[in-house]
Design a protein around this ligand. Structure first.
Ligand SMILES: Nc1nc2c(ncn2[C@@H]2O[C@H](COP(=O)(O)OP(=O)(O)OP(=O)(O)O)[C@@H](O)[C@H]2O)c(=O)[nH]1
Length: 202
């Protein structure tokens, strides 16, 4: 067990089976697990450090369970998050409706959390446009309306996965020293924006 300083808390949100765990798995372990789908129970945590220019940013990523049964628990995990990767499956329109739900939640309860809308399983629509159930332009209109970032990824091929987390780290790095309103006048030490977690290294 070692203590690790995490600079930015990142939370993965979205309907069950959209591919949240696969995104984290691809990003952290550079692999795509095949075999029977195993749903996340509760939430899982992993930390990863990234070089952004001459800085090292450690992201603490909370992968939540998408099942509505765990909705109350997911709310606990997005508290204090500086970034939320809200996932929807490009081949499942209902998952986009669920993503809208999470965006609304974050806007209401976590106004300082930056939102990244992520269309997953991009490989399934690349060769077969009829598989796409969520219209790209509808999503673009939505992200413009909410002022979020949008990216389409594939954990199977790795397409855009590193780019997504790099963008999160870069945005955090650029804004890290802008203290949140409740921190202003209280503490000018940027290190106090950090969280301390104890976690296991394998
Ligand atoms: N083709 C393809 N399949 C994917 C991709 N990402 C995930 N999947 C598949 O989708 C299923 C669900 O993936 P998970 O990553 O477990 O989904 P999740 O969102 O973490 O699910 P919950 O834990 O239930 O919330 C698995 O069978 C994955 O293999 C992708 O990029 N391409």
């Amino acid at each position: 067990m070692t203590a690790m300083r995490v600079d930015a808390k990142v939370v993965m949100l979205g309907k069950e089976s959209v591919g949240k765990t696969s995104l984290v798995e691809r990003y952290v372990h550079h692999r795509f697990l095949v075999g029977p789908y195993q749903n996340t129970i509760g939430a899982a945590f992993v930390a990863k450090s990234i070089n952004v220019g001459d800085k090292v940013i450690t992201l603490g990523i909370w992968d939540t369970a998408g099942s509505e049964r765990y909705e109350a628990m997911s709310r606990i995990y997005y508290r204090g998050a500086r970034a939320a990767i809200v996932c929807y499956d490009l081949t499942d329109n209902s998952s986009f409706q669920r993503a809208r739900f999470w965006v609304k939640e974050l806007q209401t309860f976590e106004e300082h959390c930056k939102i990244y809308l992520c269309g997953t399983k991009n490989d399934l629509v690349e060769g077969d446009r009829s598989a796409r159930q969520v219209d790209f332009h509808d999503v673009q209109d939505f992200v413009e309306e909410i002022g979020a970032q949008h990216i389409e990824t594939s954990s199977k091929t790795g397409n855009n996965v590193d780019a997504l987390f790099m963008k999160v780290a870069e945005d955090f790095s650029n804004s890290a020293f802008e203290l949140l309103p409740e921190e202003k006048g209280v503490n000018l030490d940027p290190k106090k924006n950090s969280y301390l977690y104890t976690c296991c290294h394998h």
